[in-house]
Design a protein around this ligand. Structure first.
Ligand SMILES: [Zn+2]
Length: 184
């Protein structure tokens, strides 16, 4: 990933190393909380990087997604949290989306509400078994909305859409593949 980010300081470290040092890594399904600087508005983590020789500040979750997928975020798209925890940088909780989807989410949930407790088994991603994902895809094919499917399965719309589209879960019915960790 050196092609996207430079290093800084008297003892420059690769971006991946700096990210790991500033992240409280948990289990695959847990939120990995950012311990570095956070933007006041929204609470997103941020990290300073050098791009093409110029120092710039980037959002930590965006960098995490790019490192995990080894590609820059495509122009016009944003990185969304399936967990709604703004300072989470677990690549499994990060999906590509549009700004419109992001704003619709914020409106639906209401700004300023405290983040839900999503630790361990309380996390929505841990609720979707391969069978449920299969069922969700079948319902989606029948024309149900992500919201409806989410209500039926007891998970959020974001959780369902990520799983159905295979962004948060691999297109697989095997649990082992579903739980394949994504690291940055
Ligand atoms: Zn998370």
């Amino acid at each position: 990933m050196g092609q996207f980010y430079g290093t800084r300081g008297p003892n420059p470290k690769p971006i991946r190393e700096r990210m790991l040092a500033l992240t409280k890594i948990g289990t695959d399904n847990e939120c990995w909380l950012w311990r570095g600087h956070r933007i006041k508005r929204g609470g997103y983590g941020q990290i300073s990087v050098k791009v093409n020789g110029r120092r710039t500040v980037r959002r930590a979750h965006k960098v995490a997604w790019e490192l995990a997928h080894n590609t820059p975020v495509p122009a016009g798209l944003v990185i969304r949290h399936t967990c709604d925890v703004t300072n989470c940088v677990n690549p499994r909780h990060l999906i590509l989306g549009t700004q419109v989807e992001n704003l619709a989410d914020m409106r639906a949930k209401g700004r300023g509400s405290p983040p839900p407790d999503l630790s361990g088994t309380k996390h929505p991603l841990s609720k979707l078994t391969p069978q449920k994902i299969k069922q969700a895809r079948a319902w989606k094919a029948e024309g149900l909305t992500y919201t409806d499917i989410g209500k039926r399965l007891g998970v959020s719309r974001q959780c369902v859409s990520g799983a159905v589209r295979g962004l948060t879960y691999k297109r697989s019915t095997e649990a082992t593949k579903c739980l394949k960790p994504i690291r940055f």
